[in-house]
Write a new protein. Structure first.
Length: 372
């Protein structure tokens, strides 16, 4: 019988992504008790030092699953009402009628109608996601900027609404998760970072996962390269960056092994209760940052190839780094992968990202890793 984790197939799929133009990537795939880890390419294009499967990495919006889990734990203890208006807890941050209409659930599943603050915090991304009219300048301007979450939240709350509270499709917005961070602080009397660290990261026994306090990644890590749709040539290293611009929405540092462990425990009902997990898996249509409609639950979203089993997890990107973590609904098969280049696609004349060989190679890797 063929090994369900065929090392030759997995190594070849990784190598194909590297050959397609990805400087470096690494992954862990699990099937029951079997574990495969692999890496291809370089962690530093200047020195040529190789990536390895145990590196720490910025995992972007996978942070949202951790934040959602921390909120649901407070729901279980009676500190937060899932369908209570956010104005009940944070009347100054979301005042008036909107504060009365937007519930905690709507923040977690992106149906609040609150706009994304990012284009306001990063002026040269003003037209984001109208990508042709953006530029990478403010990425450098803000490398060491220390944002306070309430100033970012204010940008999102005062911007034109993206929709009516509770309306679908929702709009994926980091403003929602910064508000959830402030909510955790309000009800626990400690910072969101401390709450998530104590109740989620430590509870799951994750030894290489942290919400950073400074701009550097502690421990062995890859450099991460941002191309901004071909406007940064060659792609620039953004591995040192103050992550206060995303905080509890996307600042997490982890490893592929820790991500698989976290999602395995989460889907087994060991981080939140089985009833909370069922709430996390109730999905609504949401417009993603790429402009596609996806199904989104409470910090989780499903992914499946036609006719194949459903996987639950999350993806994430920050400047230069990307990651994806997916676990089959029965918990038996898992993939976590990290890449060290972002926005590799160039734009066509209408400002739309053009297909790139990396896209097809990554899709092939996901198929091999998730379905064997």
């Amino acid at each position: 019988m063929k090994n369900p984790l065929d090392p030759a197939d997995l190594n070849a799929a990784l190598e194909n992504v590297h050959r397609a133009g990805m400087p470096g990537l690494f992954a862990e795939v699990c099937e029951g008790d079997q574990v495969w880890r692999g890496a291809a390419g370089v962690a530093d294009v200047a020195t040529g030092s190789p990536v390895t499967a145990g590196l720490r990495h910025r995992v972007g919006s996978i942070t949202k699953t951790f934040t959602a889990a921390a909120v649901l734990q407070q729901v279980e203890s009676g500190q937060i009402g899932l369908d209570t208006p956010i104005g009940h807890y944070l009347p100054k941050l979301v005042p008036g009628e909107r504060g009365d209409a937007i519930t905690v659930r709507m923040l977690i599943n992106h149906t609040s109608g609150l706009a994304e603050y990012l284009p306001y915090a990063y002026p040269s991304l003003k037209a984001f996601p109208a990508l042709a009219d953006t530029g990478p300048q403010s990425l450098d301007d803000h490398r060491f900027t220390r944002f306070h979450p309430t100033e970012l939240i204010e940008m999102g709350v005062t911007a034109p609404a993206a929709g009516a509270p509770g309306g679908t499709p929702g709009l994926y917005s980091n403003t929602n998760y910064l508000l959830l961070g402030e909510l955790l602080e309000q009800v626990t009397g400690t910072t969101a970072e401390h709450c998530i660290t104590r109740n989620v990261i430590e509870r799951a026994g994750l030894r290489n996962t942290e919400l950073p306090t400074g701009p550097s990644v502690n421990g062995p890590h890859s450099r991460i390269y941002e191309a901004w749709f071909g406007m940064i040539e060659p792609p620039r290293d953004y591995s040192v960056y103050d992550m206060s611009w995303v905080g509890p929405a996307a600042s997490l540092i982890s490893t592929v092994a820790d991500l698989n462990r976290f999602f395995r425990l989460l889907l087994a009902g060991e981080i939140v209760s089985p009833s909370s997990l069922a709430q996390m898996q109730r999905t609504v249509p949401v417009v993603s940052q790429e402009g596609k409609i996806i199904d989104y639950g409470l910090g989780l979203h499903p992914m499946a190839a036609p006719g194949q089993r459903t996987f639950w997890g999350h993806g994430g990107t920050v400047w230069g780094a990307g990651a994806l973590a997916m676990t089959r609904a029965d918990g038996k098969r898992q993939l976590s992968v990290a890449v060290n280049l972002q926005r590799w696609n160039r734009l066509d004349s209408s400002g739309q990202p053009q297909p790139h060989p990396i896209d097809a190679a990554l899709a092939a890797l996901y198929r091999v890793a998730m379905y064997g």
